[in-house]
Design a protein around this ligand. Structure first.
Ligand code: BES
Ligand code: MN
Ligand code: ZN
Length: 478
């Protein structure tokens, strides 16, 4: 799909369809007014009679309106100005793109002037490229050309980079686990690195053995696809600046291991590498934007399977930092992979760590399907990540990290165990487990079990992988 900017008025643009955006109970302005004038007041009439709704993300079509060159005018409601939430522009334009892509079209014009100027034009491009048009399940046809009514070409370029980064994550997470396994993810990372400008190093199982990654290796042991640690380096900053560390859980399929999941619980478990994919997508975004910072991404890739060689309940694993871990449940595998991956990150001298993991079902119970759980050992870093998320309209919510949760992962035969004493507070005991492996490094853990993968589509995005947190991480990095 070609992306262009345009300054042709909405009524005159030579396009198969255009999208305009209207606020509830506000006079029409800009492109909406232009369409209303060209149609001799038809738009206003339709709004008054209730045929065209200005409710948030409501979609109405004016077909073959006299006086307008485009044969379809899609009107997307923005709701009341006072209720406006961050991210609205992206969702509104994504909704328009998804709706219009149900039919094959050559050129589509997006008229952005009613959207709040405080929200970057970029967000709207992300809405089209990264959310509206990428399809997993729905039948959509990307336009040949999308035109945006703006002269801010830098914002358009930024939006395209962010949209592509988000779509890379969605593509990888949506891939079946038979096609996307640790080594094929590593190959993808090498290719992405070469194309967008960062270095990629892959540790295979022998190297992981040499590095004493005993917890990580245990998880991947029963799989026909051996584990990989993918290390991605982008050094765009000063040579003396400590890199930001991004760490992702990359369990390419989580059967639960011997603590096997139910069929229902296993169904979506190809998504259990969403953290790793998010790290890769973010690296691509940061490198393509040529941000003046140093970042190292670490993707811990393993497949949690079952076989004669499985790791077992009661096993005592020695992690890379020397701490021993008693296995109480092989389905609490993500924290085992991350334990060693975090330790490798710390040894790379990173100044801060943000990890992303589809870590616990408990986080879905606590926060629902659209909010990531945030846990931290550093209030400043947490505040910065929260601010970045708020700026792009992604949702994170902090969970407490009181010391007493650490008592719940004490083991009688090892330093710690991989399960809390009870189900309660399961996201927090998992977070407390991870904290054992970051030493003094300021660290934020994002449990994305909820928002990374959705059973149902939304008006602006198809179901399946969402690519959540890519924009937040790039925003933070910026
Ligand atoms: N990958 C799962 C968590 C998950 C659940 C992600 C649902 C996305 C959607 C994780 O490895 C897991 O199995 N966690 C267990 C932990 C428990 C054994 C302490 C869980 O949540 O049940
Ligand atoms: Mn699991
Ligand atoms: Zn898992």
């Amino acid at each position: 799909m070609k992306i262009e900017t345009t300054n042709t008025p909405a009524a005159d643009i030579d396009a198969s369809a255009i999208a305009i955006f209207i606020w509830k109970d506000e006079p029409l302005t800009g492109s909406a007014l232009d369409i209303d004038t060209a149609t001799e007041g038809a738009l206003c009439c339709l709004i008054k009679s209730g045929e065209v709704s200005a409710e948030s993300l409501a979609v109405s079509k004016m077909l073959a309106p006299v006086g307008v060159t485009a044969k379809v005018v899609l009107v997307v409601g923005l709701g009341a100005k006072a209720d406006q939430a961050p991210g609205l522009a992206g969702r509104a334009v994504g909704t328009a793109a998804k709706s219009l892509a149900a039919t094959a079209r050559d050129t589509v014009g997006f008229f952005l002037d009613s959207l709040d100027v405080t929200e970057a034009v970029a967000a709207t491009i992300v809405g089209v490229v990264g959310q509206g048009l990428y399809q997993c399940r729905e039948q959509l046809t990307p336009f040949k050309k999308a035109c945006f009514s703006t002269d801010d070409t830098a914002a358009v370029e930024r939006g395209k980079i962010l949209g592509d980064a988000q779509n890379l994550v969605r593509k990888l997470v949506n891939m079946p686990a038979s096609d996307l396994y640790p080594d094929s993810f590593a190959t993808e990372a090498v290719n992405v690195g070469a194309a967008s400008g960062f270095e990629v190093e892959v540790w295979d199982e022998q190297r992981l053995e040499q590095e004493r990654c005993g917890a990580f290796l245990a998880v991947g042991r029963a799989s026909a696809h051996p584990p990989r640690l993918v290390i991605m380096k982008y050094m765009g900053g000063q040579s003396d600046e400590k890199p930001l560390g991004l760490v992702g859980k990359g369990v390419t399929f989580d059967s639960g291991g011997l603590s096997i999941k139910t069929s229902e619980g296993m169904m979506a478990m190809k998504c259990d590498m969403a953290g790793a994919a998010t790290v890769l997508g973010t690296m691509q975004g940061i490198a393509k934007l040529k941000l003046p910072i140093n970042v190292i991404g670490f993707a811990g890739m393993a497949e949690n399977m079952i076989g004669g060689n499985s790791f077992r309940l009661g096993d005592v694993l020695t992690s890379r930092n020397g701490k021993t871990i008693e296995v109480h449940n092989t389905d609490a595998e993500g924290r085992l992979v991350l334990a060693d991956t975090l330790d490798v990150a710390v040894d790379h001298g990173v100044g801060r760590i943000i990890d992303l993991a589809t870590l616990t079902g408990a986080c879905l119970v606590a926060l629902g399907t659209d909010i990531a759980g945030l846990m931290t050992n550093n209030d400043q870093l947490a505040a910065d990540v929260k601010a970045a998320a708020a700026a792009c309209g992604e949702y994170v919510w902090e969970l407490p990290m009181h010391d007493y949760f650490s008592d719940q992962i004490k083991s009688s035969v090892a330093d710690i165990k991989n399960l809390g004493d009870s189900r309660w507070g399961g996201s927090i005991t998992a977070g407390k487990f991870l904290e054992e492996f970051v030493r003094e490094t300021p660290w934020v853990h994002l449990d994305i079990a909820g928002p990374s993968f959705s059973d149902k589509p939304k008006s602006w995005i198809d179901g399946g992988a969402s690519g959540c947190m890519v924009r937040t991480l790039v925003e933070y990095a910026e």
